[in-house]
Write a protein that binds this ligand. Structure first.
Ligand code: ADP
Ligand code: ZN
Length: 720
């Protein structure tokens, strides 16, 4: 038998299929050890066949074939091929997506335990412990030997000697969720939830967009769809932003599905993650739950795929292959003939457009469960606070409401939009922000050159000394960090218990998980944080949300900044008033007349969408155009420039042939010229359609450059 093998070395020069002879049974997808060059390598069987096109004496023999269920199933193998082709990455690299990293590194230890089981009745004289032990085993069946010894001591070994007990050592899978207190199980579906479930299951379309306001009970809809898939004998994939895998969410899933759910999240140890993956592959777990990488879960016969908070930026991978989770999920849904559900209170503009255009089914859940009201949003004009001589990050209105919340024993979340800070330039007197004359995106301050730059066209502008609109001199470059906010809070409310959640406090294995758990267990009164606090958390005691700087992300140099701001404000506001008590939101801004903030404060998604989609159409930004960036990076500036020249030359040919496809085409330094010692350049393009995309990938991957990396980004969310 001949096996076509791909060696697990992600380099384009060895990205070829090699034929090997195999004398033991092997299946496609199995891991193998093979001789490769002068040493050995691991690889995967891509195909099994009878004969090879190469002469038999030239073929080498496979050393070892991993037994058991193949590591990668047939569907995933073909998916890996499709990904390698689509994103022009070596097959070895795309195959890695389908394996837990710890498996490749060979570092996971398997755990074994010994079990005791009744074998036969043996003679027992004057040994009541032995008699009791045997009776226990007869009644309870197989028992963990260590536990049995705790209970019956040396009687166990005596019985083993006599042959009354049989011991067996077996591999066991770690269960990271053991002992997790199970929260009340399923709700009776509301009629809106029932309607949503029926709509998803009834539509002929593969994809359904579930547009439900925060607190409308989308989770219960997903869980019902998943339960229905299991009932039909199928499996399910449930994708959430990593941050949403809160302790409450985990115990809810556990309560509902028990060990049928395999939950993959960053809080697990390598061994635990490996075992969860193993349970899916072997079929003992049938629901894969996790962040974007769970879309590659080794499940078969998938009955439904859910992408919760579909607008979330974490669904695009920022390392090679730079896949979009939706695209992969759609391939899997099509392959399995199952439904793909996208859920959000604030769908991405592109997603919503596709739904309105009829490509996706659209289901709306416009009300909160039990007709709970959405919280009232109050816009506070921070320019007035500055004029009144209030330099603190908190407006008078926020301080008042915060004091009341603490007095009533309820919880508050304060949200700080740090992403925008330290980059955007803002006049604190009038709210003016500097924008590019060509691109209608905000400029970014570059401290090392002391200038302003447009990240879309590369234009440079002089630094502002005074505001061009009002002449004011309170120009703002760097803002309040979460740390400073916590410091000020402590001064104002010395007895309040405050938790901080941002990139600095969420490192390490447990990260945000621990903080969210503390907050949900009421060990704190105020949670201060960045984007992380905005996600789908359900804290029923939170009745106040303060958004300290709503407009900061409006001016982020990204064509999606309006969309991001609307989503952020809506999401973070949605954390308030989810329990019995009514909630409030205080939204502080330097731009209280801003249309996007007004739409968000009124929960007017449709209004926002129309406003935004018209603007994108007029300015020719996605989804009406495609932004493509070809990146070049190298530790050696000369090598980077040489690669840039090569890539740019190839792209220039395309440009010359199809100038009508290009709205913009230029090469330049990347906005951040050097990251981790690597010099960075880019060719930036805005295209009217996707028709040249394949050829751009071709051009970017046609040559390999010494010491330089070249990659392609489609509608990148991060243009640094
Ligand atoms: P969303 O994901 O749409 O923001 P959730 O799924 O978190 O909303 O639900 C909001 C709240 O409503 C949760 O506290 C949840 O437990 C509760 N809930 C959901 N469905 C029901 C139901 N059918 N009956 C009662 N409470 C429900
Ligand atoms: Zn510009």
């Amino acid at each position: 038998m001949i096996c076509e093998v791909i060696v697990d070395i992600a380099h384009s020069e060895v990205d070829k299929i090699f034929d090997y002879v195999c004398d033991v049974p092997a299946e496609a997808g199995a891991r193998v050890d093979v001789p490769f060059g002068r040493s050995a390598a691991t690889g995967f069987v891509m195909r099994v066949k009878e004969t090879s096109g190469y002469p038999a004496e030239k073929l080498k023999k496979i050393y070892r074939v991993e037994q058991g269920t193949p590591a990668i199933n047939a569907e995933c193998l073909s998916l890996a091929r499709a990904i390698a082709r689509r994103y022009r990455v070596p097959l070895a690299l795309s195959l890695r997506l389908f394996l837990p990293p710890e498996m490749r590194r060979g570092k996971v230890s398997e755990t074994y335990r010994t079990f005791a089981r009744f074998s036969e009745d043996v003679l027992i004289k004057n040994a009541p412990q032995q008699a009791a032990c045997l009776a226990y085993l007869k009644e309870h069946g197989e028992t963990d030997a260590a536990r049995l010894r705790e209970q019956f001591g040396s009687a166990v070994n005596a019985l083993v000697k006599k042959g009354g007990i049989l011991l067996e050592k077996r591999r066991v899978l770690r269960d990271p969720y053991k002992g997790m207190e199970d929260r009340a199980a399923e709700h009776v579906l509301t009629s809106a939830q029932q309607r949503a479930v029926r709509a998803v299951e009834g539509t002929e379309k593969t994809v359904t967009l579930l547009h439900g306001v925060t607190g409308s009970g989308k989770t219960e809809v997903y869980l019902t769809l998943i339960a229905d898939a299991l009932k039909a004998g199928r499996t399910a994939i449930f994708l959430v932003p990593e941050i949403s895998l809160t302790p409450q969410m985990l115990s809810q899933l556990r309560a509902r599905f028990g060990s049928a759910a395999a939950i993959l999240h960053s809080g697990l140890s390598a061994g635990e993650r490996f075992d969860e993956w193993q349970r899916l592959r072997e079929g003992s777990a049938r629901i894969a739950i996790g962040a974007r990488s769970a879309v590659f879960a080794p499940v078969e016969n998938v009955g439904v795929i859910v992408i919760d908070e579909e607008h979330d930026g974490s669904y695009s991978s920022e390392t090679a292959p730079r896949y979009n989770t939706f695209d992969i999920a759609l391939l899997r849904a099509t392959h399995n003939g199952c439904k793909l559900v996208l859920g959000s209170a604030t769908p991405a503009v592109e997603t919503y457009k596709r739904a309105l255009d009829g490509e996706f089914a659209l289901v709306r859940m416009p009300d909160r469960v039990n007709a709970r009201p959405l919280p009232d949003v109050t816009l506070v004009d921070m320019r007035r606070e500055v004029k009144r001589g209030n330099p603190s990050p908190f407006s008078a209105a926020l301080r008042e409401r915060l004091a009341a919340t603490l007095a009533e024993g309820q919880q508050a979340i304060l949200f700080l939009n740090r992403r925008g800070y330290s980059q955007t330039v803002l006049c604190r007197d009038c709210g003016y922000t500097a924008k590019c004359e060509q691109c209608d995106v905000s400029l970014t301050y570059h401290s090392e050159e002391n200038c302003l730059k447009c990240h879309y066209c590369g234009a440079r502008y002089k630094m502002l000394e005074a505001c061009p609109a009002c002449g004011g001199r309170h120009i703002y470059y760097a803002g309040t960090g979460t740390q400073r906010v916590v410091g000020e809070l402590k001064k104002l409310y010395p007895s309040a218990r405050i938790l901080r959640m941002d990139n600095d406090t969420t490192n390490g294995k447990e990260g945000h998980y621990r903080i969210l758990k503390q907050f949900s267990e009421r060990q704190a009164d105020i949670l201060v944080g960045t984007q992380m606090v905005a996600k789908g958390h359900d804290f029923p005691l939170v009745t106040l949300v303060g958004i300290l700087d709503a407009d900061m992300s409006l001016h982020f140099p990204d064509y999606r900044s309006n969309e991001r701001t609307f989503q952020l404000v809506t999401q973070v506001a949605g954390r308030s008033g989810r329990g019995k008590e009514r909630g409030d939101v205080i939204l502080q801004t330097y731009d209280p007349d801003n249309a996007i903030l007004r739409f968000a404060a009124a929960y007017d998604y449709e209004g926002f969408y129309r406003h935004e989609v018209n603007m994108r159409a007029a300015t020719m930004f996605p989804p009406f155009a495609l932004i493509v960036r070809v990146m070049v990076s190298s530790a050696d500036d000369k090598a980077a420039l040489e690669a840039l020249r090569g890539v740019y030359g190839a792209l220039q040919e395309l440009y010359a042939q199809h100038p009508e496809e290009f709205l913009f085409f230029n090469r330049m330094h990347a906005p951040i010229k050097r990251i981790q010692g690597k010099y960075r350049y880019q060719v930036l393009m805005r295209l009217v359609s996707k028709s040249l995309l394949e050829r751009i990938y071709d051009a970017a991957s046609a040559q390999t450059f010494r010491d330089a990396l070249v990659w392609v980004e489609e509608n990148p969310s991060n243009l640094s």
